[in-house]
Design a protein around this ligand. Structure first.
Ligand code: COI
Length: 374
């Protein structure tokens, strides 16, 4: 049975065997990040000469893929991550989805994939959230993580842009990505591996960047660290980003430092939002090259008082310690007199906007499902 699409362009084919209420509640109780999925997915197909077509929201299911599909061999792929939030009034909102749409378009351009228009991106994501709205929990800190991905499906071993491509959007109820909020995590500074090179794909969200980070990430875990931090490939000197999130440092005078976007760093939507909120507070924010030695010396002298990671999945996660073969340095301990950290203040400020507990001065929130009447 096909029903009228909730948006102009995505036809809905409902799942005849959705999870029962009980199955859904159990699945949403304490989900491991990215392991639980909703009943549907959004999908559209692109063919050279025809453009995007077959826009649909269908029951979530494995997809048939030819073993020679280009994505499986040459990683011609781009993806995004954004979240839907349930507000206290029952409505559901997205946070800056237009920014994710723009970044996906940029990633697609770099990967020689057809661009997904902002209109299609929003229709796919909003259509899926609307159909699977029961999966958006109202529990504190919970959200529905949306993962749009564009993959080269053409069966071809030629190293050339594929003539057939799919857009897929899955949705996954999530809680915290890295430990509980407030706990500082240890970070492994990778010395032998780099994430990105000038002219490469470091500023795009594409599978290869993450594939290359798996081994250093494994090394991080083996050293008791939650995440890996990469240095720049050219000089092996400047901190860039973590395996899947951006890095921010806070000085004793309250000013903030973060690596500038040089083309090898992902322009995080959360990074941009946090920097905007910090500037709103009147803080000085410097975006520039930061040598690892500057961070380490600052942490040792007390000049750097906080480090934190930020990203859609990580939100704002404090970093307690940097570790490497020749390094083990901790952020100075805070006392009760210090008051709330900048990381905690920013986490609260950001999530208050995302969950509708505070005003949205920059117009970042976009409604998908209105509050029920009455
Ligand atoms: C995100 O924050 O959305 C990401 O894609 C990062 C990944 C480590 C989950």
């Amino acid at each position: 049975m096909e029903t009228q699409a909730p948006t102009a362009s995505f036809t809905v084919i409902p799942n005849r065997r959705p999870a029962t209420d009980e199955e859904r509640w159990l699945a949403m109780e304490d989900p491991v990040f990215g392991k639980v999925f909703t009943d549907h997915m959004a999908r559209a197909t692109w063919r050279e000469g025809d453009g995007w077509a077959d826009r649909r929201i269908v029951p979530l299911a494995p997809i048939p893929l030819h073993p020679a599909a280009a994505v499986l061999h040459y990683a011609q792929q781009a993806f995004e991550g954004l979240k839907a939030y349930r507000w206290a009034d029952g409505s559901i909102k997205l946070f800056r989805p237009e920014a994710n749409a723009a970044r996906l378009a940029a990633s697609c351009r770099r990967m020689a994939l057809p661009e997904v228009s902002e209109e299609d991106f929003l229709a796919a994501v909003e259509g899926l959230v609307e159909v699977d709205q029961n999966w958006v929990s109202g529990t504190d800190g919970a959200s529905l993580y949306l993962r749009p991905t564009v993959i080269a499906t053409e069966a071809s071993l030629l190293v050339q842009p594929a003539a057939e491509v799919d857009l897929l959007v899955t949705a996954s109820p999530v809680g915290a990505y890295m430990g509980a909020a407030g706990e500082g995590v240890s970070i492994w500074v990778s010395r032998g591996y780099h994430r990105a090179n000038p002219g490469g794909t470091g500023d795009t969200k594409t599978a290869g960047n993450y594939a290359a980070s798996m081994l250093p990430q494994k090394e991080a875990k083996e050293h008791g660290c939650s995440q890996v931090l990469f240095l720049d490939a050219r000089e092996d000197t400047y901190v860039e980003e973590l395996g899947g999130m951006n890095l921010v440092a806070v000085r004793a005078d309250g000013s903030v430092l973060t690596p500038r976007l040089t083309g090898t760093i992902l322009p995080g939507v959360t990074r941009d939002s946090i920097l905007t909120l910090l500037r709103d507070e009147g803080r000085t924010v410097e975006e520039r090259d930061i040598a690892l030695s500057e961070l380490v010396e600052g942490m040792e002298s007390g000049e750097i008082v906080e480090l934190f990671a930020c990203g859609t999945a990580a939100v704002v996660t404090p970093i307690a310690r940097l570790v490497s073969d020749d390094l083990d340095v901790s952020v100075p301990e805070r006392s009760e007199d210090d008051g709330p950290s900048v990381a905690e203040t920013m986490r609260v400020r950001l999530t208050d906007i995302q969950y509708g507990r505070a005003e949205d001065p920059h117009g970042w929130v976009r409604e998908v499902v209105p509050a029920p009447e009455g």
